[in-house]
Design a protein around this ligand. Structure first.
Ligand code: MRU
Length: 334
């Protein structure tokens, strides 16, 4: 059962949970404005690769439904390009945009085009729900005992159209008596772990604690972590996986401490056109995301800073990649 919907389409508008306000305030952005939706993706008001894709699909359908002229091509093209500029690494965004474009091209001269596009966006959303459930079922295979699991960033219901990827495996494992404790990396600089993962785990009554990203090493050294599972924003054909900055650190630490490191993602996150991680475009974020915490300056904003949103974990550090299809073991060849 779904606990919450990060994004909902109702009567021509998108209802988006504003993730920047969590865990303090549970408020929704209600809009049918393309620019507002694009900005929501850029500000991470809606975030997580699959949720970004679902949002973009609805945005394209809404923009065509609202258009005054019957010449939809220009508005569709401009909206496609605006959305494609929002978050370059999350491949699910481009998967959803391209699926919508295919349907647009096939139906652009039809009277029913707006309705057909809405139906397509709904089916992308529904597909993601199904993928999340199957990932969770497949993920149960990695547990050999009741485990202490560490995760990074946030990969639950807020980040997808369904109940999540890595966090949904944890949730399903908990329901099957296989989780003793979850360690949530706080995930600098935007704290998806201490805000969003903690919020979802708390709602689900799953035992957890959060820690600074740099505490992961000592938790492993103290023998407190049995396995690590994270999500991914783009997986190359050879299995190299881009995910939230700090994921690579965890994979290196797992290698040193002989702890299995897993990636969980739908097959829509696999980019077969990308041969290896070196071809993955990594999004750079503003210096201000490091220099401020919730609008409070913590250092001088003119100090130079380096703020990549993601890093790439090389395939040789990954024990398995869990998709809706199977638990893929190395060597990966997607
Ligand atoms: O920058 P974010 O918060 O969108 O980054 C999200 C992640 O890195 C997630 O791990 C990934 O998108 C998978 S979400 C199921």
């Amino acid at each position: 059962m779904n606990t919450l919907q990060a994004v909902e389409y109702k009567y021509g508008k998108l209802h988006i949970i504003d993730q920047t306000k969590l865990p303090f305030e549970e408020v929704k952005i209600v809009t049918d404005n393309l620019e507002r939706i694009a900005v929501a993706i850029e500000r991470l008001e809606v975030r997580g690769a699959p949720a970004i894709g679902v949002t973009a699909a609805y945005a394209l359908a809404i923009v065509v439904s609202k258009a005054n002229s019957k010449d939809y091509s220009q508005i569709f093209e401009e909206s496609y390009k605006r959305l494609a500029r929002t978050r370059p690494t999350a491949v699910n965004l481009f998967y959803a945009l391209d699926e919508m474009k295919k349907v647009f091209e096939m139906n652009k001269s039809k009277e029913r085009l707006p309705e057909v596009l809405i139906q397509k966006a709904i089916s992308i959303h529904e597909e993601d729900k199904q993928l999340c459930s199957k990932i969770a079922q497949n993920g149960l295979q990695i547990f050999t005992k009741k485990s202490r699991v560490l995760t990074h960033c946030h990969t639950g219901a807020l980040a997808t159209g369904g109940n999540g990827t890595a966090l949904n495996i944890i949730r399903t494992a908990f329901d099957n008596g296989l989780i003793e404790h979850v360690y949530a990396d706080e995930t600098r600089p935007l704290f998806q772990g201490s805000r969003l993962t903690a919020w979802e785990l708390d709602k689900l009554s799953i035992p957890f604690s959060f820690n600074t990203d740099s505490t992961a090493a000592v938790l492993m050294q103290q023998g407190k972590v049995d396995l690590v599972i994270t999500g991914a924003d783009r997986i190359a054909a050879n299995g190299d996986s881009a995910n939230k900055i700090g994921t690579y650190n965890l994979a290196v630490l797992c290698h040193y401490h002989k702890i299995p490191f897993y990636i969980a993602a739908p097959s829509t996150t696999i980019d077969k056109a990308c041969r290896s991680g070196s071809e993955i475009k990594i999004e750079l974020r503003s210096n201000l995301e490091l220099a401020q915490v919730r609008g409070t300056q913590i250092t001088k904003e003119n100090y130079p800073a380096y703020c990549p949103a993601f890093d790439v974990t090389p395939n040789n550090l990954i024990m398995a990649i869990i998709t809706e299809l199977e638990v893929h073991k190395p060597p990966f060849n997607f």
